[in-house]
Design a protein around this ligand. Structure first.
Ligand code: SF4
Ligand code: MG
Length: 327
């Protein structure tokens, strides 16, 4: 994705008069390799889900370009975009809302395969059973409806449906956040197993840093519609360089896969309708100086990371800080 922007009009009153605009995603660029997982983290409302949907053209980006295997998705006319859906899928947080309640599991899984010509009436049953097995479900589940399953099983079906077409890119939008902790690890492992098999790129949206640490090769941190830091996972956890990343990590109570760790940073994020000038993080930043209120920092390389902070070079080294106890 290059320079992705998504702006929403804000309308009020009976006449729905336009009173302003929210820049939910502001000039975001990133890449994910085949078989790689890039995690997208940040507080709710920072634009993670909007970015994921804009990247897949589930909502139209206001500006910018998305390339999948070198082909521009943003330039595709509607018919070609429908065909390209085979290569890009999304897994939602709420598997129940994402599944058609009137379709059996077999119908749900057969639909994308038939639509994209990956199976025909003769072999689609076998394909569905194989897919169910790969997702840890039993053959008799094929004839059942979504309401007959637990949340974890429903998410297995959601994963199966998303991966039925062997996509190149999958946006996983908080895929385990609604699940019990005991089930989260199963779904994360399932996602990893399937990724190893089909080599899909995952954009993994999450606020749960324990899960992110487990599944992602790289992490991108978003704040008010912009990526403020990107680094390999080990690097960002060992040495977060953006002050916001540091606060996010400090706010995560336990960095262990499966543990509940909602990240909450002191103070509310400012409104995306009126983002602060300069560095948008300055009203909450413990390191802010006069320059930060005027000049917006650009992403720049610092060590193994890309960081948008005027003082990223001054980020404390891990030795400067008290050792963190890890469970
Ligand atoms: Fe804080 Fe300034 Fe860096 Fe923004 S640019 S994160 S306000 S130190
Ligand atoms: Mg979201």
């Amino acid at each position: 994705a290059r320079g992705l922007v998504k702006t929403f009009d804000v309308r009020r009153g009976l006449l729905r008069r336009r009173v302003g605009a929210v820049q939910a995603v502001a000039d975001v660029s990133f890449s994910v390799g085949a078989g790689e997982t890039l995690a997208l983290v940040g507080e709710s409302g920072c634009g993670k889900s909007t970015l994921g949907r804009a990247a897949l053209r589930l909502i139209e980006p206001t500006a910018g370009e998305v390339l999948l295997d070198g082909r521009s998705l943003t330039a595709l006319p509607p018919g070609a975009l429908r065909a390209a859906r085979r290569d890009m899928q999304i897994i939602f947080q709420d598997p129940f809302g994402a599944l058609n309640p009137r379709m059996t599991v077999a119908e749900t899984l057969a639909e994308p395969m038939l639509l994209h010509g990956l199976a025909d009436a003769g072999d689609v049953g076998d394909r569905v059973r194989a897919l169910l097995a790969a997702c840890g479900m039993q053959p008799f589940h094929a004839g059942r409806y979504p309401h007959e399953f637990s949340g974890g099983q429903r998410q297995r079906i959601g994963v199966a449906r998303a991966l039925a077409t062997r996509p190149r890119l999958v946006v996983c939008d908080e895929p385990v956040s609604a699940l019990d902790v005991s089930v989260q690890a199963q779904i994360v492992n399932l996602l990893q197993d399937l990724q190893a098999e089909i080599g899909a790129a995952y954009l993994f949206i999450s606020h749960d840093l324990a899960v992110v640490r487990h599944i992602a090769a790289r992490v991108a941190v978003m704040y008010l519609g912009r990526i403020v830091e990107t680094a390999p996972t080990a690097e960002i956890f060992a040495r977060p360089r953006h002050p916001y990343t540091r606060l996010l990590l400090e706010a995560a109570p336990r960095l262990r896969p499966g543990a509940r760790s909602r990240t909450v940073v002191e103070g509310d994020p400012p409104s995306a309708m009126a983002p602060p000038p300069g560095c948008a993080f300055h009203p909450r930043c413990p390191m802010a100086e006069a320059r930060c209120r005027i000049e917006r920092p650009q992403l720049g390389r610092v060590g193994g990371a890309d960081v948008a902070c005027h003082f990223a070079e001054a980020a404390p080294t891990p030795q400067d800080e008290a050792p963190q106890a890890e469970e």
